[in-house]
Design a protein around this ligand. Sequence first.
Ligand code: NOJ
Length: 551
Amino acid sequence: MEQTKWFKNRVFYQIWPRSFKDGDGDGMGDLHGVYEKLDYIKSLGCDGIWFSPLYPSPGADCGYDIADYMDIAQEFGGMEAFKKVLDGAHQRDMKVIMDLVVNHTSDEHDWFQKSRQRIDPYTDYYIWRPAKPNGKLPNNWDSLFEGKAWTYDEVRGEYYMHLFAIKQPDLNMDNPLVREEVKKILKFWLDLGVDGFREDVITFISKAEGLPNDYIMPASKGLNLYNHGPHIHEYLTEFKRDVLDNYDCVTLAEAPMVDPKTALTYIQEGPKQEIDMMIQFQTQCADSFLSDYYPMPFSLKKLKKAFTNWQTKLDGKGWNMLYLENHDHPRIISRYGSEKFWKESGKMLAVSYLFQKGTPFIYQGQEIGMLNWRPESPDMYEDVQTIWEYKNHATNKSDEKRLKRLWRSSRDSARTLVQWDNSPNAGFTTSETPWFHVNPNYVDINVAQQEEDPDSILNFYRKAVALRKKLSCVFDGNYIEYNKNSNKLYCYSRRNGRQKILVVCSFSDKPQRFTAPKDFHTDLARLELCNYPESDPKKLKPYEARVYLWR
Ligand code: NOJ
């Protein structure tokens, strides 16, 4: 019998290093801080860590602009601190995965510096094009962060492509030398002992032949011509065959605009499998149209449809990655829950996804119910995308409206310092000038306070994760959704030959009537988890969540 792959039984914690914990007092989160908190992460029941980029970087996109792939930034403590964290994690039976960002590098990477001077072998490491004879850009594609996807480089006298910020030139993955570099990077970290990679926008690495104009997309022009491009499967297979297959590692691919059917072309288990899990965006779109910058009212039906779609379409074929938050989206209670019912909805949201089939990820601060940050001035934002959006979109609206748009949409809403206690700067640092802001609500929402409170969101996460791990049906049971038409309740069961659970989540701030589905006699079940001390079998309190178990 094939052994279950280790990542299927684990729960991961995502660290966005700059804001997690400053251990050396310089105001920047670092690996010393992570080392101090390994036991804390383990205490949540998490036995895996995904690190957002730790490499040397000028920080134009908070580390997603890499200047050296084979080192750890000094500001994070350098290689020595990393090895200590890696060992510390492994001693605690926690796996560590790195962010692999190879769609683009920093423009300060040595490769780019040489490429712009046409120094071989780097000349074709990036996507360079001359201006068109009429002076136009090489094509009409947009970047996702800063205007068009092309910037003119005076040194080379040509345009380079950047699908993200101007300081993030895209690598030319069609060049076999670049693919060799990627393989060297993979090998370097795997040999050092890391357990896998989260692959940043990996579905963008193969651009359409000839880089044609896009006449279809109304915005983000080009997306359909570089997402899932012509050679993507070939390149991923090459990385797997030449490197990844030689290690017992996991790969997690970030894939904007992917549906389960397309996802399976990458993650379907079997000889052709290229990737282990995918980060999909459909569950992030229950309150927006494609991106957080086109907000819409939250629709529970949309969220349930996305949950169920991924649960059922991947079942028996591929493995789900489960998440509600990461560093690219505003906080989930502020979006899908209710700040008024902060504690209740924070716990309910945990239940909504932690009992699904797949490998769950928890983003730093999610476990204490951190909320969106709402600064009083647009000048307080750091994120390149947010700054661009503010300057260029909705400019005809009032300042107040434009600022509120950022509150709702900005990635910085979820990038404030982790709130450890109620001392200055939330105990994140001893420095008086941390690199970024703290949400003023840290006085009330912080780890120290929640450690003391048995009824806290933090302790609820611990219970939920422990329960998840105890139940075999959560690991391998089937998934069935009930009350599909309700726009107040999300209800699903998980069942295998030995046991079944029923998960009930109210997304309403009013009491809701509840009848368990047929075959689920709740009087014969044990109520294993609930976010209220008492529950009425026929009625759910605001944002109530329950997990019933039958054996
Ligand atoms: C996705 C990452 O999650 C995001 O933070 C980053 O800005 C872009 N890719 C570009 O690397």
